[in-house]
Design a protein around this ligand. Sequence first.
Ligand code: GLN
Length: 287
Amino acid sequence: MITIEKILKEAVGRLKTKVSTPLLDAQVILCHILKVDRLYLIVNKDRVLTHKQILEYKGLIQKRACGVPVQYITGIQEFMGLEFYLEEGVLIPRPDTEILIEKILDSIDENDKYNIIDIGTGSGAISVSLAKYVQNSYIYSIDISQKALDIARINAVKNNVLPKINFLKGSLFEPLENINLLERIDILVSNPPYIPTEDIDTLQIEVSKFEPRLALDGGEDGLDFYRVIIDKAPVYLKNNGLIALEVGHDQAQRVVKLMEEKKKYVDIEITKDLAGIERVVSARIKL
Ligand code: GLN
């Protein structure tokens, strides 16, 4: 008879040298199979599992032991209090990125209408959250990956904001050249790939081996996408429009410098994340 308590113990034994949070991962994966929450596992630790549940669980624990992120196993990640569906092929939304959303929410006036561009939409975490929390908004969500756009669309449907988002396939600003933008853009937001190419293999295996390189690789110094975004944003944004970019842990000052050199950015600000790392660079456009 294999109970919840027993199988969790076994799974922790299997995971403990491989992952940093073995018990949590073992619990979350079991919750996914049994469709229950973590409290249930504690209260019902003597529940006996079926043969099928045991086999399925062992398979998923094996995947986790090989480094597959929990979120790709369960297909779920929470972000900004919303639930996002995920698959391999799109970057897992990070809590750090909530700082980017909060910076934008702090900078807007609820009564105004906002046209927003999100470059490198990925799972849709940023676009869907802004569509949800900025009452009067319309979002152009751009990604070069069709898989990312498909997943982002699923997340827009899941969170009831599909009519507020226009999904566009292409690189950076390229898809905007083919559509008729009736008004200039109020807000540009992006969490572009920013890891320097040669650093990717030094990241945790969960990231380097399982998350999409396309969403991570920012070129030789990690700043390739910022150069293009900062150069081109003034073509699309309104005077006084807001730009907010997530940056890597040591990139904020260099991104500020790129904005200063362009001479079309004012009120340049750096916002730190909860770990005290400079995480967001924002500014207003001065045309
Ligand atoms: N934040 C990701 C990491 O942890 C990188 C995402 C990105 O390149 N935008 O590595």
